[in-house]
Design a protein around this ligand. Sequence first.
Ligand SMILES: [Zn+2]
Length: 474
Amino acid sequence: MAMNESYDIVLKNGRLIDPVNQINGNFDLAVKNGKIAEIAVDIPESKALRSLNLKGASAIPGIVDLHIHASKWLGGKHSHYMMARAGVTTALDMAGPIEDFLEIARDYGAGLNLACLNYVRPGYTVSCHDPSRDELKEMMLNCMSQGALGVKLLGGHYPVTPEAIDRTIGVAGELNAYVAFHAGSTNKKSDILGMLEAIELAQGRPLHMAHINSYCRGQVTDLLDETQKALLALKENPNIVSESYLSPINGTSAKCTDGVPESQVTIKCLKVGGFEGTEQGLAQAIKKGWAQINMESDRKVALAVGEEALAYWRSHETNTLVCFKVNPPEPRLVLASAKRDDKSFAVDCLSTDGGGIPRNTTVAMGLALVKLGALSLEEFVTKTSTNPASILGLPQKGHLGQGSDADITVVDLEKCSCVMSIAGGELIMKHGELTGSGTTIITSPLGEEALKAQGFKTQKTGSVLMKLPRNSAA
Ligand SMILES: [Zn+2]
């Protein structure tokens, strides 16, 4: 056999599911040079350098998680490992900052494809709560020239004025920058009213609304009323792309300054649990088990409460992450499955808000929804791979077509678990064992040069947020 006929990897004896190419059945799949080379009923093992037996398992297009955290301050050095173990092959970091994000990507890569949004945060990336148009433009150009895909407004945590939000969305549009928003401003909180304000401020312009479920916690009216309001707003505003997650826990900063948590979300969560919104209240909440501190150990992050967690938090000068069990099940279930009139999903993607926050639950909880019958297996793929790939402007991902990127997640449908994953044609995880390294950065044309100079592999995207998946489904 001539060398040019050989494949790098062949996946044997598995079931393949790819709704884009209408594949659902038992096929072999061959990978060569990072691309999907062939799908056929039988591809002989002898044609590939490596053969992997998928017997009993199913291969789907690699999971694209449109909301994760993998920077030094939010997510940390284990985030890539945690995502790779959970079957993620591509993800969008929803805070940055880009320098922090790249440091983790360079030193603790696991073979994933990652993009990063730089946060708009007073005192950090912008000077104040009401940055000018010029300041925002300079900040955006600066972070994009370093490799960021765009920006994230972190309103719920670190608010800016509605006028500054309007300017941010405007400048992002001009620069073809990705713009995402955790609802909330100096006028509105991180709740359903904040979400409706955010959509109003978008004025028909493209915007990614983060974690819709977090605005449906019954803070303003009741859970299901808020959920219906959120869905109606998404249906009436097709310019908004969105995701929701399935985990019962949220994730926020435990960092305190002058005796008070810096994040407004953290303060709110303390009050919901019956604690004071202060450093002392947070200490009490950790002791009593309401506030779960994210503790790093052995290439992962685990949740901890009580004295041990308190000591860890103190030894890190309060600068850790914390999770609260604030997500009730009903909105998560409704938002995961609700549809528009054209049968496309009201919330475009299933995300995790995970990464280094221990809730990378797409496979475990998303496949449980398939078992429950809330989603078909094809719909699970649409929400976890096809739609997010499309929103990131990556037509070569989100399906298993010949010539597309060899990003593949192999799952056990019975156990709702992840068996192995391949990213960019490389096996990066098998039965929990990590075999990948490095990070491919998904960037705009503005960031390519700087990333290459730092030794990163890159993948360019040009038209973020513009290819809304529901338009093609209509
Ligand atoms: Zn987040």
